[in-house]
Design a protein. Structure first.
Lengths: 221, 221
DNA sequence: CGGGTATTGTGATAACTATCACGATACTCT
DNA sequence: AGAGTATCGTGATAGTTATCACAATACCCG
């Protein structure tokens, strides 16, 4: 057992998040107990890796038996901080912002969208998701503070990303998830994560172009 | 100079994609030549890291001077395979699919959306992006083959992800970008990448919950 | 044209992460 | 209750990635 000041690999955290999904699926399939081998197969991670990942945080299994599906799910949620509600605001309700606001998965996992902001006057007041009306950007700081927003999601164009992040910081958020292709700067006490969908595609393009081309199947004559 | 069978770190590829963005921004600002230090500052990567990343593929700079902004941009694009058009299809035109289809960045970077499919009969025929009409899922295999689609993007619910991936493989794509939270299986010759937006948020939640809480600033009385 | 300066390219080193192998342990069955 | 089996937890090991430090070299300028 560990969990003191030891540094946990970021990859481990990413996998833990995936484990939750697989565990929930396995639970639905009726597995009350899972082995690291079964879970590993289900989420394409080696059994040893799973055990190692978990061992950073404690002992959750029973030797010779495995892990209780529901319990392990709960425990991983505690590790990740998903055992609470995270009040979240989103800025920039364009195509992507709209999709994220309507992504039910978030709500189910403890992220509560408490407000959405946009600078386009035509959008103000629109109900973008159930019970959520778009507010003018000018209200961001006050509303975020009032709602004790912990997380801010940035889906504005790159040119507005920095100013948006600044507002979110002023609004008191502790973390920012930035989808804009611009490396924003935030104060030390605010945690920043960038999501780059483009670079995922670029990565795919690289893999495709660097591997042996494969003849496209011809019509059978 | 290298670039034989040597394995390139995945992180390097991810950064190269980011470098392109920063280089284009610096070019706009008038920098015809950039040093690894300037580029590093701009995209928050250490200068040494940048030089190392590039050194996997060749020598692109001039000692004592730096890199020619435009040339380096082009060269990175060649490395990543972005010097060509990638015919791309998307399956599942829901909230996220709609956003991706309207993401102009993709087109500008060489990804050409050649078709979009959905299983919902009410959506068929709708023009979801400029000149792109939603087709029934039954047409996927034939259209993809005809259009020589190289990349398939999966934005269907998790429960349909595997069957969708299977269809894309039959449609002849070489790579799949999967946004559904389900680990699909594809044949050896098809490259798969999963994008998990949820795990990005979960990672943020983890970082927030494991760091010292900071008192929310009180109103000044 | 030679010394001074800037900045690259890269081998060596350090840090990090994944894999392996096996001791520990709990359950099952006779 | 003891032997047998399954499966965890983890120290040791191997592999991967980032950082460092400096030799190499191109340009500048008098
Ligand atoms: N669409 C995608 O699939 C996608 C994918 C990856 C990344 N992104 C990035 O996400 C961001 C948004 O993309 P999009 O396609 O939704 O663009 P979009 O133009 O559809 O939406 C941007 C929204 O932000 C609002 N906005 C602009 N400036 C603002 C400001 N200063 N304050 C508040 N709101 C502001 C606009 O009114 C608009 O509603 C971009 O940075 C883009 O690069 C988009
Ligand atoms: N919305 C988001 O922001 C977001 C973020 C991350 C991941 N995702 C994932 O992306 C996927 C789509 O999310 P969404 O919010 O767009 O959902 P959605 O329900 O809005 O869209 C899903 C679309 O897929 C279509 N579809 C369903 N089964 C299909 C099939 N077999 N063949 C073709 N089309 C089919 C539906 O008709 C619908 O149009 C989900 O797996 C979700 O988990 C979404």
């Amino acid at each position: 057992m560990k969990q003191k000041g030891i540094k946990i690999p970021e990859a481990t955290i990413k996998r833990l998040s995936a484990y939750i999904n697989c565990l929930e699926r396995l639970d639905d399939k009726g597995y009350q107990v899972v082995s690291s081998e079964l879970l590993g197969e289900s989420c394409q991670v080696s059994p040893a890796q799973i055990r190692k990942d978990l061992s950073y945080f404690g002992e959750f299994g029973v030797r010779g038996v495995g892990y209780t599906t529901k319990t392990l799910t709960e425990q991983i949620k505690v590790i990740l901080g998903l055992d609470r509600i995270w009040p979240t605001v989103l800025v920039g309700v364009g195509h992507l912002g709209h999709a994220l606001l309507n992504f039910t998965f978030f709500r189910e996992h403890g992220y509560r969208m408490v407000a959405a902001f946009d600078s386009d006057p035509r959008k103000i007041g629109t109900e973008v998701a159930e019970g959520l009306h778009i507010q003018p950007i000018e209200e961001l700081v006050e509303t975020s503070n009032r709602e004790k927003a912990a997380i801010g999601i940035v889906t504005v164009p790159a040119s507005s990303a920095q100013s948006t992040a600044d507002l979110l910081v002023e609004g008191g958020v502790s973390g920012i998830l930035n989808f804009a292709p611009f490396k924003v700067k935030v104060p030390e006490h605010v945690t920043l994560r960038n999501v780059s969908i483009v670079s995922e595609l670029d990565n795919l393009a690289y893999l495709l172009s660097s591997k042996k081309p494969r003849r496209r199947r011809k019509k059978i004559k």
